[in-house]
Write a protein that binds this ligand. Structure first.
Ligand SMILES: Nc1ncnc2c1ncn2[C@@H]1O[C@H](COP(=O)(O)OP(=O)(O)OP(=O)(O)O)[C@@H](O)[C@H]1O
Length: 128
């Protein structure tokens, strides 16, 4: 992007930002296996929520958790690429940065699973 463009405001710039964000999103889906796994799991969970007829509040919580998961995985990928840009060599700080970014995804995943159980167990009990 031309540096002068950065100071421009308006709809065109907004549209361009949206286009860049879409490119980033497509990149992560295409190249990150973890993101592909998240997509498959999210689809299964959404279908299951539909089948057990989640109430509105459960849908909202579920969508928030799924959106957070996607956003965090995207940020993790951004950190990985930035570290790769800084060094192609083995460096303890590069390891720290990537491991910590991965830990953020892991912690979120863990709590997402717990929330999933809390939401689905009563719905499944009702069905049985
Ligand atoms: N430059 C580096 N220096 C030291 N350790 C590194 C470096 N690059 C990667 N690592 C170590 O290897 C692990 C895997 O890194 P990699 O870049 O392959 O990411 P990944 O976890 O495989 O992510 P993904 O498969 O989602 O792209 C990191 O978590 C880190 O421990």
């Amino acid at each position: 992007m031309d540096l002068r463009d950065r100071n421009k405001k308006g709809f065109k710039r907004l549209l361009r930002s949206f286009m860049y964000a879409t490119q980033g999103f497509c990149y992560v889906i295409k190249h990150e296996q973890n993101m592909q796994v998240h997509l498959v799991v999210a689809t299964i969970v959404l279908v299951a929520a539909y089948l057990v007829q989640f109430p509105l509040i459960h849908w909202l919580i579920l969508l928030l958790v799924i959106a957070g998961m996607f956003a965090l995985e995207i940020m993790n990928t951004a950190i990985e690429r930035t570290v790769d840009l800084v060094t192609a060599e083995f460096h303890p700080l590069a390891k720290r940065a990537k491991d910590i970014a991965a830990a953020a995804v892991f912690v979120y995943c863990l709590f997402a699973v717990i929330i999933g159980f809390i939401l689905f167990i009563p719905a499944l009990m009702r069905l049985l």
